[in-house]
Design a protein around this ligand. Structure first.
Ligand code: NAD
Ligand code: UGA
Length: 321
């Protein structure tokens, strides 16, 4: 168990970062978050609040509101860091088509700055949050880590480039690193631009859902607590030699099936319009997780039905978000 460590979480005010923060702060770790609270979506202040209001221990936590593109942000770090979880990025596969320059600059330079900081300051481990999108449209499924990388969006290209830096810093500088390829993550505090949060909100309001394409695209939706476990297992592992690991649930469903399940859980009719397939959207994500199972002892627990119910319950309580 990661305990009594000094941990930097970049992007800790975001969806995945806030869950990792919540998990680690209760185990007597000293947590530093760096986040620039960018305006891609609102609710990040509330993410932090939802956690800190529940824990007396929030005094052991330091929030640096700053941008990783500006190296002076690292001067605000007041201790030797043991582990960095690098989650900060501009996400959004479809958004990246129109914002290629912004995504490229933000994601790659912030990752390079993190790695250089880690290298100079003898950080013991850097865990990078990569994406299933690096594979593009699979030529076989399930997709293992050796599958060719054919990214079809600027976002996916940026994530693959960062992985290459992560591997490079291990090979050339012996900095212990790993890349984790997450598969469409969902749960409480989920990103409002992503299908699950967006659709549930629309269903609650009896509004129309827009499905891109025919809705037969498959996604390996993965619940947030399984991703947080995977992040921690990777940080605990002796294998930090720049390699990448898939972190998925490994049981994909189609977007049409997803909406069907949501309508049952919410006990509301589904009201769908179909629109054009979006550029950058892959047809299938389906992880082969044998490598993570064997090396990291990663065993995802939460089925899509259970995860959707938990997400629904949280959203019911937070309808104004
Ligand atoms: P998110 O947008 O909720 O969190 C990212 C956080 O990083 C945000 O709070 C944002 O303000 C911050 N940030 C962005 N650029 C920054 C910068 N230059 N300096 C400081 N802070 C900055 O996204 P998320 O869904 O929690 O994703 C976290 C990570 O996981 C990202 O790297 C993303 O690419 C990766 N990922 C996410 C998913 C998913 O399904 N959510 C899947 C695969 C990979
Ligand atoms: C998600 C994240 O947004 C990326 O950050 C991440 O890198 C990626 O997962 C990953 O797995 O690596 P995506 O799969 O596009 O990307 O997730 P959603 O935005 O939730 O979309 C899922 C599917 O629903 C897509 O096929 C999308 O086209 C569809 N969708 C989404 C709609 O049909 N309508 C919408 O309004 C939104």
């Amino acid at each position: 168990m990661i305990k009594n460590k000094n941990i930097l979480i970049s992007g800790g005010a975001g969806f995945i970062g806030s869950h990792l923060f919540e998990n680690l702060i209760i185990k007597d770790n000293y947590i530093i978050i760096i986040d620039n609270f960018n305006d891609y979506y609102s609710g990040k202040e509330e993410n932090i609040e939802e956690i800190t209001k529940n824990y007396e221990k929030f005094k052991d936590f330091d929030l640096i509101r700053g941008d990783l593109l500006n190296k002076s942000v690292f001067e605000e770090i007041n201790c030797d860091i043991d582990i960095i979880f690098h989650l900060a990025a501009q996400p959004g596969v479809r958004y990246s088509i129109e914002h290629a320059g912004k995504i490229t600059n933000n994601n790659i330079i912030s990752t390079l700055n993190i790695l250089e900081y880690a290298d100079k300051n003898n950080v013991k481990k850097v865990i990078y949050s990569s994406s299933s999108s690096v594979y593009g449209n699979p030529i076989y499924t399930p997709v293992d880590e050796e599958h060719p990388k054919n990214p079809i969006s600027p976002y996916a290209i940026s994530k693959l480039c960062c992985e290459m830096y992560v591997d490079y810093f291990f090979r050339e500088n012996n900095l212990p690193t790993s890349s984790l390829r997450f598969y469409t993550v969902y749960g409480p505090r989920g990103r409002p631009d992503m299908a699950i949060r967006k659709f549930l909100n629309l269903i609650f309001q009896d509004k129309e859902i827009t499905i891109y394409g025919e809705g037969e695209q498959l996604r390996d939706f993965t619940y947030i607590s399984d991703i947080v476990n995977g992040l921690i297992l990777a940080a605990e592992s002796n294998n930090s030699s720049g390699e990448a690991f898939n972190l998925g649930y490994s049981n994909p469903i189609s977007v049409n099936q997803l909406v069907e399940k949501m309508s049952k859980i919410a006990n509301k009719p589904k009201n769908i319009i179909y629109a054009d397939k979006q550029k950058g959207d892959v047809d299938i994500t389906h992880s082969d997780i044998n490598k993570a199972k064997t090396i990291l002892n990663y065993h995802p627990q939460i089925s899509i039905d259970e995860g959707l119910q938990k997400t629904y319950d949280w959203l019911r309580k937070n309808m104004n978000k």
